[in-house]
Design a protein around this ligand. Structure first.
Ligand code: GLU
Length: 312
């Protein structure tokens, strides 16, 4: 890869990591280290009511326990212990929104979810608004702006390093909210501002975010930011076949050193990396050290879901 690789793991601290988020952490870590790259951790705590206090620290402790050592970011005021917290980045997101307003790719929206509940997507009723109304309003991205940067082909289509050529359609995704009516920043805006600010070249994350990528690529085009390479990983499903998530009470990751070793080994197996059986009881550092030079994205395969042994 040409530019120096910079990767990141960017969990939302709405609860501890589970098998699915561990898979994304391990894959993004190994991909970065395999390429001799930098790997940072960013806590995406833009929605404080969804992020119980203590979850961020729990996630950092879990990453340490699994041997996933991150590179400290610089010493800007929003960084604690080398980790960026989005809750401290208000000014940067506000500046990006101002730029988007000037470019006329966003519009203020006063509609409530209830008003358009009979539609599959927000129908864009506020698209013609030019000046922000006095009442509380959200800011939405106008997906029609994509035409200026090559439309769907260039914005909603890309070569995913794992999925191959992906082509989505912005019209089926709609005008996403970038700043909520209650003043909170939305993930779509925060993630691209920080990826650019941190010089991220490679985003490695779960397939659940595949259809968020067109919005993010449109924002990057509109703000003149580089578009990182994208790699979307299979999702781990729970026993009932549903995506594992905090909402469906994914089992917590193990805490005992023995179980952590087994679980890491199993995660490498799920990722198709074929870790040697005799390393199943080895320290995380040893298992990861073995996996880094042998890392293969192709070995993961394009399967959309993986079924994990979460009892380990
Ligand atoms: N914060 C997002 C999440 O936990 C992931 C962000 C990303 O990797 O782009 O789902």
């Amino acid at each position: 890869m040409s530019t120096a690789y910079r990767g990141r793991f960017a969990p939302t601290p709405s609860g501890p990591l589970h098998a699915g988020s561990l898979l994304a952490a391990v894959a993004s870590y190994l991909d970065a280290r395999h390429h001799g790259g930098n790997w940072s951790v960013r806590l995406e705590d833009v929605d404080p009511p969804r992020c119980p206090s203590g979850s961020a620290d729990t996630i950092l402790r879990q990453l340490e326990a699994f041997g996933l050592e991150w590179d400290a970011s610089n010493d800007a005021h929003d960084i604690i212990h080398g980790v960026r917290y989005q809750s401290r980045r208000h000014d940067a997101y506000a500046a990006a929104l101002e730029q988007l307003k000037l470019g006329r790719v966003v519009y203020p929206c006063v509609c409530s979810r209830k008003q358009w509940r009979d539609f599959p997507l927000y129908p864009g009723w506020c698209r013609t608004r030019r000046t922000p109304p006095a009442e509380a309003h959200a800011w939405r991205l106008d997906i029609r702006a994509a035409e200026q940067w090559g439309g769907n082909t260039a914005i909603a289509g890309w070569e995913d390093r794992l999925q191959g050529h992906v082509q989505l359609d912005l019209a089926t995704l709609g005008d996403v909210i970038l700043k909520r009516r209650d003043g909170l920043w939305a993930y779509q805006l925060a993630v691209i501002v920080d990826d650019a600010d941190q010089g991220i070249t490679d985003v490695v994350r779960g397939l659940d975010l595949l259809d968020n990528s067109p919005w993010q690529r449109l924002l990057q085009a509109a703000l003149g930011l580089p578009m990182p390479r994208l790699t979307h990983l299979p999702l781990i499903t729970a026993d009932n076949g549903q995506k594992l998530s905090k909402q469906n009470l994914a089992p917590a990751l193990p805490e005992s050193p023995h179980a952590i070793r087994q679980r890491l080994h199993h995660t490498l197996e799920l990722l198709g990396q074929d870790p040697p059986r005799e390393l199943a009881g080895a320290s995380p550092e040893e298992q990861l050290g073995h996996a880094i030079p042998r890392w293969s994205l192709a070995a993961i395969g394009k399967t959309p879901t993986l079924s994990a042994a979460t009892h380990l």
